[in-house]
Ligand binder design. Structure first.
Ligand SMILES: [Zn+2]
Ligand SMILES: [Zn+2]
Length: 165
């Protein structure tokens, strides 16, 4: 969606509501497609005392195997954008300013890059996921297994050998 912001830049007090969705289901993350549902966004662009501000909430659902147990899990995330729009950068480059030389804002492009930048680096099916048993592979969220995981300390082996001799 291309937004024409000339009216906003020209009129103090003017505002424009933004609402839309973006298909990002083709985004491939290490062999999986985590953004199955359309990414939704809504917000507003407004001119307050000649400063044009963009406020945008981006909601996306991230579906991927849990990092610990491998169960497919979905989690909703929101990215909030609160930035000024300017036709040129007056001072040095800034993270808080989006430059729109022709007063056109390609919203989909912005949403796309913000979602990619904010994809979760850690993804768990639940906060306290117990993961899989390292011996038998059982999902420990579903219950305990019978494996003995008390790793014998090698120092005890030395002691045991001494006692046995
Ligand atoms: Zn898990
Ligand atoms: Zn086990």
């Amino acid at each position: 969606m291309m937004l024409d912001l000339r009216r906003i830049f020209a009129n103090i007090g003017a505002s424009l509501d933004i609402e839309g969705s973006l298909d990002m289901s083709n985004v491939d993350l290490s062999g999986g497609f985590p953004l199955k549902k359309p990414v939704r966004y809504h917000g507003v662009v407004f001119n307050e005392s000649s400063v044009v501000t963009l406020k945008l909430d981006i909601d996306f659902e991230f579906s991927a195997p849990c990092d610990r147990c491998g169960t497919l899990a979905s989690e909703c995330h929101t990215v909030t954008i609160d930035k000024s729009l300017a036709t040129a950068l007056e001072r040095q480059e800034s993270d808080t300013i989006i430059v729109v030389p022709d007063m056109q804002l390609e919203v989909d492009e912005l949403v796309y890059s913000e979602v990619i930048l904010n994809l979760p680096s850690k993804h768990l099916c639940r906060e306290n996921c117990k993961g899989l048993c390292i011996k038998c592979g059982k999902n420990l969220n579903e219950g305990k297994c019978d494996c003995d995981l008390s790793d014998p300390d090698p120092r005890f082996d030395v002691l045991r050998n001494l006692l046995n001799n």
